[in-house]
Design a protein around this ligand. Structure first.
Ligand SMILES: Cc1ncc(COP(=O)(O)O)c(C=O)c1O
Length: 410
């Protein structure tokens, strides 16, 4: 009989994988708390929350129960012309106390970004302003892999093949306020507040975005905060834009929203944006939707995750995770952290995402029982919030050992 790995090798095309390199694909049989359990009996500590989606640990019993209860009531319904309690309650809960007033649902981070870009573009058209044909974005950013989301991501990165297919975007370096010129030609400015995640956990100051948002606002450019990664306390505050003292006009959420159980995304908008789409004319409506929009089971998972997130126990853990991350980061020459995110730069020659060393390091970490996935020359930690002090220290011990063992540490 063929093993799962062999069967996988004959039918599956994995994401972000060069199958020609024949890297091993590891069968996972279960996942609990901060650990993945492999078919060969190994137990792997998830140092990156499984691509940043998991918040409270794998198979969290409260979220599992909320999902089961919702499944017995209603698994899914069309969301055009119909509504349901989990979707409305989640929108009320997440937007409560913010300046956002309308939630548009979709099902992954890229679609949350597509929705925001399309809303921003159509917003100007609906107001009769046809000059705003471009978007403004930051270098080193990542917003997803669909066409619109790729367009606003780093132009020289691994999306470069597709550049000629994409909408028009101008890029500026984070912190370069002088580069924000001719703002009258932009529909929107999109950014990942405080941390550019996939671009290498690049952290940049709140003061820049505060100024940039102010400048955009005074020139009629909408601002889009992409918090697909930074949302739900990854940076210490519930949303990273809270550091800025000014909120963007549109906000993209996904990844951790369901605690890592089910795909779900929200694009939040202000009431004044929503009003520009309300008229008697169907062509002014936002004609966009996905089959699984506002899936009730995913919304139920998100509500339970939100409740766990705001519990005293979880908030206390977050404080400890942040303190340990800050302390461990200090031991490296080139390293940074914000909230629960820690990043260490490998010293020595630049190492690109497409080169072998990050994969080599990931394999070395796995051999020591820790799941890490370096981004170019940056090794980072984004642990689930259930991680214990000892487990987080172990992750950093492994990083220290690995960097010194291959001579790029320090
Ligand atoms: C900031 C940001 N935006 C958007 C996305 C795309 O999300 P998804 O992979 O769910 O499409 C990601 C994914 O890493 C992200 O980090």
């Amino acid at each position: 009989m063929k093993t799962l790995e062999e069967r996988d090798a004959s039918v599956i095309w994995h994401p972000y994988s060069q199958h020609g390199l024949k890297y091993p694909i590891l069968p996972v049989v279960s996942a609990q708390g901060a650990y993945l359990y492999l078919e060969d009996g190994r137990k792997i500590l998830d140092g990156i929350s499984s691509w940043w989606v998991n918040l409270h640990g794998h198979a969290h019993p409260r979220i599992a129960r909320a999902i089961a209860a919702q499944c017995e009531k209603m698994e899914h319904v069309i969301f055009a012309g119909f509504t349901h309690e989990p979707a409305v309650k989640l929108a009320e809960t997440i937007m409560g106390g913010t300046h956002f007033a309308r939630a548009f649902y979709s099902d992954n981070g890229s679609t949350a970004v597509e929705v925001a870009l399309k809303i921003a573009y159509q917003y100007h058209l609906n107001r009769g302003d046809t000059k705003r044909q471009k978007f403004l974005a930051l270098r080193h950013s990542y917003h997803g892999d669909t066409l619109g989301a790729m367009a606003v991501g780093e132009p020289d990165g691994y999306h470069a093949h597709f550049r000629s297919l994409l909408p028009r975007v101008d890029f500026v370096e984070p912190c370069d306020l002088g580069a924000l010129k001719d703002l009258g030609s932009y529909a929107a400015f999109i950014f990942e507040p405080m941390v550019q995640g996939a671009g290498g956990m690049r952290m940049y100051p709140a003061s820049y975005l505060r100024e940039a948002i102010g400048m955009c606002r005074s020139h009629g450019v909408l601002t889009i905060g992409d918090e697909v990664f930074t949302g739900f306390f990854r940076t210490g505050t519930c949303f990273a834009y809270e550091y800025l003292g000014i909120a963007p006009d549109l906000l993209c959420l996904s990844k951790g929203i369901t605690g890592g159980f089910l795909p779900l995304a929200m694009t939040l908008a202000t009431e004044s944006i929503f009003e520009v789409f309300c008229s008697q004319d169907m062509r002014q409506a936002f004609l966009h939707g996905h089959s699984y929009t506002a899936n009730p089971v995913a919304c139920a998972a998100a509500l339970e995750s939100w409740s766990i997130l705001h519990s005293e126990e979880c908030q206390a853990r977050l404080t400890v995770i942040q303190a340990i991350t800050r302390e461990r980061i200090k031991r490296f020459k080139k390293a940074r952290c914000i909230g629960t995110i820690g990043a260490v730069e490998m010293q020595g020659e630049h190492r690109s995402y497409l080169n072998a060393p990050p994969a080599l390091l990931a394999r070395q970490a796995l051999a020591r029982g820790v799941l890490l996935r370096p981004l170019g020359d940056v090794i980072y930690t984004v642990p689930p919030y259930c991680v214990t002090d000892q487990e987080l220290h172990l992750i950093y011990d492994v990083i220290e050992e690995m960097l010194y063992s291959i001579g790029v540490g320090g």
